[in-house]
Ligand binder design. Sequence first.
Ligand code: HEM
Ligand SMILES: N[C@@H](CC(=O)c1ccccc1NC=O)C(=O)O
Length: 288
Amino acid sequence: MDPATPDRTSRRDLEEGIERDFTRKMSYGDYLCLDQLLAAQRPLSEPPQHDELLFIIQHQTSELWLKLLIHELRSARDLLRGDELAPALKRLARVKHIQHTLTDQWSVLATLTPSEYAEIRPFLATSSGFQSAQYREVEFLLGNKNADMVAVFSHDEAARSALDALLHEPSLYDEFLAYLSRRGYAVPAGLLARDWSQPYRLDEQLVEVFAQVYAAPHEHWGVYETCEELVDVEDNFQQWRFRHLQVVQRTIGQKVGTGGSSGVDFLRRALDLTFFPELYEVRTRIGQ
Ligand code: HEM
Ligand SMILES: N[C@@H](CC(=O)c1ccccc1NC=O)C(=O)O
């Protein structure tokens, strides 16, 4: 058969050069440790519930993306510390795509009905997403510091110490403010040397600094662009929180959480949290 006039059979012939024997060569599965990865879905329901695999995979894929998010956010923060603004922005661009993937993924779990979830829920016992160490690392990197969260991981020394270390380090925003100060912006001294483990509090003087940036974007382009990237990151984070809230609401209604919280009411209060308060406050002043 002339390759230019293929027959109508739906089959692709393998090329001569294609590797077929991996007894002594590295394969796809070897490189990705798929034996381990695909052996890590261990449903507990008895009798087995069809939907438990969905529940497990939704969480495991979220944790994988959170791992990458931490890697990128840490790098963005450290690049800012080294005054490398453009590479830091490149990292944040990727962060935003990962966040979109995490948020879009909620639609898969939203196919789980309350009745289906009720069959699985007893097997979850006291476990809850509230105990996700990586989620808390992302929150700390973005600046939502809360020392009480560290104790939740006393049973897991590696997770506890990683989180405790991040609690005491500057967040992405703290490093942005230090960068601004090095560039001659009038960042109040109290924001440059503080107890990093404390929650961040809005500073009026810093709002004024950002008001000047937003009043003349072209004179402050890199800083202006970074401010807007940070707002995008916060916006994306809030969208994830909101989708979680919606899925929780449609799945368990007003039930208390397996982690011991009030459930939906507790989650709704997270929507009032902000990572970068001055970047939202400045918006009221623009054009005035
Ligand atoms: C049917 C699905 C889900 C339900 C019913 C649900 C329910 C809840 C509830 C009630 C809480 C409050 C803590 C508690 O008392 O347990 C919570 C917290 C949390 N869940 Fe879920 N969840 C679901 C899926 C997910 C998924 C897929 C993730 C992804 C990793 C996740 C991550 C989290 C996190 C990070 C928290 C802590 C939030 C915070 O501290 O503000 N959840 N969840
Ligand atoms: N907190 C949920 C349980 C739950 O969703 C969950 C359980 C174990 C591992 C991850 C979970 N996801 C989010 O909280 C509930 O109260 O039904």
